[in-house]
Design a protein around this ligand. Structure first.
Ligand code: ATP
Length: 234
């Protein structure tokens, strides 16, 4: 579904991503893990069209997208939930969700999808008339995910959904990610929380200083002594 081939990204003189290749097949959860600064966010932003690669190709559902604009990429079904959530404060929960529905011309269609988002995140239904600023961190993460789901993505890109959340919310967010997959959306997840990210992943890739250094099934990586030592404190 998504094929990233030999992507390099530079910020001025700094090379943040070095000839990275990986793929995501339809129906999978794929996790990219790695320490702070390994290049994870840069890779997601490159896939979303927010950063241009200096070389390499990105193919989504058979079309090359590394030169496409972000709105076209979103429209093709590839939607990112950015790091730090970015909900719009000063707007209600409902208004935030409506922003995710901008692709629909048909009101019935957007109402149907809103109903499904509220079923998945009942707390958002309860709080729909509240300012997004009044939500807790975990609820804001749910709102950001709900807003992305409003555009009915084929592939959802999640940037550190567990960041800054209490353990109970982290568990909930990860179980929601599994539900999203069960309902047919493919997921590319980047995380510093390697244990959680690998435990729900079909496959994973480990990044170090801009390079893929290890890949395997979620279970293989979780069981790998190198990963245990470097990321899981074991
Ligand atoms: P984090 O978890 O902190 O977001 P990351 O693995 O996502 O880390 P990136 O944010 O992609 O890593 O950063 C990769 C490298 O690129 C780092 O060395 C970082 O300092 C550098 N970098 C990121 N954004 C920029 C930018 N806008 N300008 C210059 N350098 C940048």
């Amino acid at each position: 579904m998504l094929k990233v081939e030999n992507i390099s990204v530079h910020y001025g003189m700094i090379q943040a991503v070095k000839e990275v290749s990986f793929e995501v097949n339809e129906g999978e959860i794929v996790s990219l893990i790695g320490a702070n600064g390994a290049g994870k966010t840069t890779i997601l932003r490159t896939i979303s069209g927010l950063v241009r690669p200096s070389s390499g190709t990105i193919t989504f559902q058979g079309s090359q997208i590394e030169k496409e604009t972000s709105p076209n990429i979103v429209q093709s079904g590839l939607v990112q939930v950015p790091e730090g959530r970015h909900v719009f404060t000063g707007m209600t929960v409902m208004e935030n969700l409506e922003l995710g529905a901008f692709l629909y011309k048909d009101k019935k269609e957007s109402e149907a999808i809103l109903k499904r988002v509220f079923e998945r995140f009942p707390i958002l239904a309860e709080r729909k008339n509240q300012d997004a600023a009044t939500l807790s961190g975990g609820e804001q993460q749910m709102l950001a995910m709900g807003r992305a789901l409003m555009s009915r993505p084929k592939l959802l890109l999640l940037d550190e959904p567990s960041m800054g959340l209490a353990p109970i919310f982290i568990k909930e967010i990860f179980s929601i990610i599994e539900e999203i997959k069960a309902q047919g959306t493919t997921v590319l997840l980047i995380e510093q929380n390697a244990k959680m990210a690998l435990s729900i992943a079909d496959r994973g890739y480990v990044l170090e200083t801009g390079k893929v250094v290890l890949k395997g099934s979620g279970k293989e990586l979780l069981d790998s002594p190198d990963i245990q030592k470097a990321y899981l404190g074991g």
